[in-house]
Design a protein around this ligand. Structure first.
Ligand code: NAP
Length: 269
């Protein structure tokens, strides 16, 4: 998507001087549903299908099934969150259940992303199918906007796991596909099976092991969702701003149970 250098340079020049919070022209899509809304890292949104995702999401791996946590999740949407990250694994399914209770039906313009196949053996087609069905029930939905293979299963070729997810995508039950904790070769293999809209890897100011993956994501127009975005020393805002500046495809998902922290994190945009 970055091959037309003169056109892109012109767009970049047009983008400059419009202020960091201005919406910028879209620069294209790679056909898998994810679109970089701007070449400039100051853009506040990226597009997944028709949905503009705010570039700070919500991580939910500590959500427990309590009325307080249901109320917290509901509060995050008017606060500005429209990208919620969960997984079949989190808190024994409580995270998905809380999100299902808080956000069903998922508000217009919001994306709930989930994942399956974390443990060894769980990438097997029958196991993964069972997890997808369970996530749909817990989230109280017929469709999952973004579904990641949580880990490449050492017992199952990644192609076999992704074929299961691809079959749900073909039926429209899963709209976009992601993979998590992968290297560049695995991304290339995955893309042979199904269009990949997002990669979720461990990445933060103190841990930049996946720099090459971000570069590939930027080149191919794939969202890069860093987990553990706040690990390492330093203040939260600096760490989030650094991630947002790293590449326009980066969309951090800081985990929090505090609405004040949600507001602070969104203020990094
Ligand atoms: N794909 C994977 O394999 C994988 C692995 C791990 C995690 N994840 C996902 O990534 C998300 C993020 O990871 P994480 O939650 O483990 O780590 P993190 O986002 O790097 O850090 C979370 C910690 O930061 C604190 N925090 C958040 N906002 C803050 C603020 N404004 N000021 C001060 N402290 C703040 C939280 O405490 P408070 O509750 O007090 O705010 C919590 O202790 C997870 O929630 C999960 O959705 C994915």
């Amino acid at each position: 998507m970055f091959r037309d250098v003169p056109m892109l340079a012109a767009i970049l020049l047009l983008s400059l001087g419009t202020g960091p919070y201005a919406r910028r022209p879209e620069v294209g899509t790679a056909g898998h549903g994810f679109t970089i809304a701007s070449l400039a890292c100051g853009a506040v949104t990226v597009k997944l299908g028709n949905t503009e995702l705010v570039r700070i999401g919500l991580g939910t791996n500590r959500l427990g099934d309590t009325p307080e946590h249901v109320a917290f999740v509901r509060e995050t949407v008017p606060a500005g969150i429209n990208f919620v990250d969960t997984a079949h694994l989190y808190v024994g399914g409580e995270s998905e259940r809380v999100i299902g209770e808080a956000l069903h039906p998922v508000p217009e313009g919001c994306v709930v992303a989930t994942k399956g196949g974390y443990h060894s053996g769980e990438g097997r087609p029958d196991v993964l199918r069972g997890q997808i069905e369970e996530s749909l029930r817990r989230l109280r939905t017929d469709t999952i906007a973004l579904y990641y293979l949580h880990r490449v299963d050492p017992q199952t070729p990644l192609e076999q796991s992704l074929e299961v997810i691809a079959s749900y995508r073909e039926r429209g039950v899963i709209r976009h596909v992601g993979i998590s904790e992968v290297d560049v070769d695995q991304i290339e293999r995955a893309r042979q099976v199904v269009p990949i809209a997002a990669v979720q890897n461990r990445y933060n100011l103190a841990d930049r092991e996946h720099d090459d993956v971000i570069d590939v994501c930027e080149r191919e127009g794939i969202a890069f969702v860093p987990f553990f975005p706040l690990r390492g020393n330093g203040d939260t805002a600096t760490k989030l701003k650094w991630l947002l500046q790293r590449s326009p495809v980066v969309l951090p998902i800081p985990g929090t149970l505090s609405i004040e922290h949600v507001r602070e994190n969104l203020a990094a945009l």
